[in-house]
Write a new protein. Structure first.
Length: 278
């Protein structure tokens, strides 16, 4: 009896060793997965020049910045928006997008963040998310990292751009957000230095989209000053809050040919109850 047990143990150990020989280790599996993605066209940038920042997962979830997660019902709406943008811009060289709203509090910053996260999941594109609201820098606050320097440091203090770009640890997305507030924001956004910066960002990486979170149209001159520098505009509208009169007023100030469309924020539909295929 004991002999049979020893024999079974011996066979088990031998089978386990054989399985370990056949089964690649974790590093090999990760490397193989990365190689497969590269063969399928996945672009994987090097972030050696960007300072690493660490996001706060709890704060991100609380602020509804969910587009970096899988199997989130709301994610599909951002995929549709991303696809529409890519279809409109494919082959045109247009890669700069301004996200704004009619009035404050409609969710433009959250929309810009989620749209950027969605672009970061796309195989052949990367994204740079820029906080262009110089009076109220919020992107770094929503994501939970310290924004010690931002766009104003480049425009007013001539800080080198690489020192301002942060990598969140999420592949293919970089961020510029933070620094002191600026009351002369419209003048800064319309300055020659800002024009040069947008031009440089636009041409540096052909696969990169640049998304600017810009103040509301009806709250001041910032959006009106900045829109000539970008290719397209997305206007965020909050369901149940934004009046049609305010939307019409905002649209009248913007060039129709640049408006990609409207993003309806906080709109619940029956299709969001369960993700397709689940």
């Amino acid at each position: 009896m004991i002999g049979k047990i020893k024999e079974k143990i011996s066979r088990y150990k031998k089978g386990k060793k054989d399985a370990e020989k056949k089964e690649p280790d974790l590093t090999s599996r990760v490397k193989t997965a990365e190689e497969n993605k590269e063969r399928q066209g996945w672009i994987s940038p090097n972030y050696s020049q960007s300072k690493r920042v660490y996001l706060d997962p709890g704060l991100i979830a609380e602020n509804r910045c969910f587009a970096h997660l899988d199997n989130v019902p709301e994610m599909e709406a951002y995929r549709v928006l991303r696809t529409q943008i890519m279809q409109r811009t494919r082959g045109t060289g247009c890669n700069t997008i301004m996200v704004t709203s009619a009035l404050p509090g409609e969710g433009k910053t959250i929309t810009a963040i989620n749209l950027a996260f969605t672009f970061a999941r796309e195989f052949q594109h990367t994204v740079l998310l820029v906080d262009g609201d110089l009076r109220k820098q919020n992107i770094h606050k929503y994501l939970g990292y310290a924004g010690d320097r931002g766009l104003i440091d480049y425009l007013a203090d001539s800080a080198p751009l690489p020192e301002l770009i942060k990598w969140s640890g999420i592949e293919k997305i970089t961020l510029i957000s933070g620094g002191r507030s600026c009351q002369e924001s419209a003048e800064m956004l319309g300055s020659p230095r800002m024009k040069e910066l947008v031009s440089e960002m636009k041409s540096r990486y052909h696969e990169r989209y640049i998304i600017f979170d810009v103040p509301p149209v009806l709250s001041g001159a910032d959006a009106l000053t900045f829109y000539p520098l970008v290719d397209y505009i997305i206007v965020v509208v909050q369901a149940g809050k934004t009046s049609m009169d305010d939307v019409k007023k905002a649209v009248q100030f913007l060039p129709q040919e640049k408006i990609l469309g409207f993003a309806l924020n906080r709109c619940l539909t029956s299709s969001q109850s369960e993700p397709y295929g689940q």
